[in-house]
Design a binder for this molecule. Structure first.
Ligand SMILES: Nc1ncnc2c1ncn2[C@@H]1O[C@H](COP(=O)(O)OP(=O)(O)OP(=O)(O)O)[C@@H](O)[C@H]1O
Ligand SMILES: [Mg+2]
Length: 501
């Protein structure tokens, strides 16, 4: 029997119809997947469900009762809990305090601190989440914060839980904990709405699935077993994508980037490698393996203990990103949300403000050129927006990512591009466009270092892969020798556990 019903939901923003007449049902105890391209309306639907945004028309029915809530608090009392794409925790408070706030939104009760911490500690243990309840949120990794958010939803007896891209910053171990929590909730009859761009997860978790496209319901699959990946992809993007990777052989030139014996406080064992002109070198490893640290050392953002970096045979002075930039290196950081977005500025400005400009504020501005570059990237990366003048904060999560990527990919005169998690939060259609851009840049002679936690992606687009594990290089594999199992085994700290991932 249908437990959660969306009936004719529509929602518009200035210049954008985010949802049009969306109707579908979810059964009791079902995990229902929600997929769609960036900007298709997934988060908007979740915001309407959470009471955070009112629909223009339509209604939500839970267990046969039409809901008339007008705030997050009302939705909470109706048994609806939402974990948003952007985390909602209060960074200055402890884990325990945040969980307490989550139980009683809008009302901070008076409770003895020690009792609170102990109560939360035993709850977290019961749920299977390993975080210190006394730790401040600001001291936790993004993955750990996400786990606290999830604990918040599990600790109240919600009837409906919606998760908006919950695994985008979780390690595979954390994801497994989440998946088993979801299995338990399902067994208790909770309805789960699960938004993700990862088809593997969708097939692992979901019983049923809806696909949104341009704000409309493009497909509804009451039984996920009756559909296929290919079918879902074409329902999302409106065209067939037979090979998202599109890798092809490229002529490689001389060595462009050379790193010798690089070490820092988090990279205990020196790392040595080189990348040739036209080459795409993939760095694979589990979260925390040291890949981002390696990138930051390369770029001079972290303190280098030892080693040298050179571009085209010329040494790049250490600990100085400015020197790295003038030597022709750019780093597109992993956390583009934190590091990259100029809030309150347009898409156009966000693309045009490049790292170079940042360091030479008197660089020549050319508004016409900037507009055309912005339009080019909006088209290439399929950014869903009415105009390039749109404030970036009004874009969907994935479209913001694309704009920031556009900024780095549109840089001129770059010799070495280091790009961390290039397609996190980005839909399959746009992914293949991003890979195409990387191939074009490589074909132009750039040396590219791609860091990714997604094995299919690293294997799909790299000419060679370096595998990192616990701060050291565990393997260096040429494309002809790519083997999923071998790469994964090399990445695992406890090699004996290779079969468990
Ligand atoms: N406050 C807002 N003002 C204007 N437009 C908005 C606003 N919020 C969302 N939109 C637009 O509504 C559309 C749907 O956005 P939504 O966030 O629901 O997409 P999504 O499917 O969650 O995408 P993603 O996969 O990128 O997270 C987008 O075109 C977005 O730009
Ligand atoms: Mg979203």
């Amino acid at each position: 029997m249908a437990f959660l019903e969306f009936k004719g939901i529509s929602k518009g923003y200035p210049g954008v119809q985010a949802l049009s007449d969306v109707s579908f049902n979810v059964e009791r105890g079902a995990v229902h997947g929600l997929m769609g391209e960036n900007g298709a309306g997934k988060s908007t639907l979740i915001r309407v469900l959470s009471g955070d945004q009112a629909a223009d028309t339509g209604s939500i029915v839970i267990d046969g009762v039409e809901q008339h809530y007008s705030s997050v608090r009302d939705a909470f009392h109706a048994g609806v809990i939402v974990i948003h794409q952007e985390l909602q925790l209060v960074p200055e408070l402890t884990v325990a305090e945040n969980l307490w706030l989550g139980r009683f939104p809008g009302k901070v009760g008076v409770i003895d601190g020690r009792t609170l911490i102990e109560t939360v500690r035993s709850k977290l243990k019961e749920i299977g989440i390993d975080v210190d309840p006394a730790a401040k949120i600001s001291s936790l990794s993004i993955g750990a914060r996400q786990m606290v958010e999830i604990a918040k939803a599990v600790m109240v007896d919600a009837r409906v839980i919606a998760l908006d891209e919950p695994t985008s910053s979780l390690s595979s171990r954390e994801s497994e904990i989440l998946f088993s929590l979801i299995d338990r909730l399902r067994a208790n009859g909770t309805v789960i709405l699960y938004v993700s761009h990862r088809l593997d997860e969708i097939f692992r978790l979901c019983d049923s699935l809806s696909v949104l496209r341009d704000g409309k319901l493009a497909a509804h699959h009451p039984k996920i077993v009756d559909t296929t990946r290919e079918q879902i992809i074409s329902q999302m993007v409106g065209r067939e994508i037979s090979n998202i990777w599109g890798w092809r052989e490229r002529p490689l030139g001389e060595v462009r980037l050379e790193a010798k014996g690089l070490s820092g406080s988090k990279l205990r064992n020196p790392v040595t490698f080189s990348v040739r002109k036209g080459e795409i070198l993939g760095f694979f490893g589990l979260i925390g393996a040291g890949r981002s640290e390696m990138a930051r050392l390369l770029y001079g953002a972290d303190h280098r203990h030892e080693g040298s970096v050179s571009i085209d045979g010329v040494a790049v002075s250490p600990n100085n990103p400015k020197a790295a930039i003038s030597a022709g290196m750019v780093l597109c950081p992993e956390d583009r949300k934190f590091d990259g977005i100029l809030q309150g500025r347009s898409i156009e400005e966000n693309i045009a403000i490049s790292s170079r400009r940042h360091f030479s504020p008197f660089g020549i501005l050319n508004p016409k050129k900037e507009a055309s570059v912005a339009d080019q990237f909006i088209a290439k990366l399929r950014v869903r927006t009415p105009t390039r003048k749109q404030d970036i904060v009004n874009l969907s999560g994935g479209n913001q990512q694309k704009v920031i990527l556009g900024r780095w990919l549109s840089e001129r005169g770059v010799k070495v591009l280091v790009i961390d998690e290039p397609t996190r939060g980005i839909d399959v259609g746009a992914k293949s466009e991003i890979y195409e851009i990387l191939y074009e840049l490589a074909a132009g002679g750039m040396a590219i270092v791609v860091i990714s936690s997604e094995l299919p992606e690293v294997m799909g687009i790299s000419d060679r892969i370096m595998v990192m594990c616990q701060g050291r290089v565990a393997a260096n594999v040429a494309r002809a020798d790519f083997d999923e199992r071998a790469i994964l085994t090399a990445a695992l700290p406890d090699k004996s556990a290779a079969g468990t991932i």
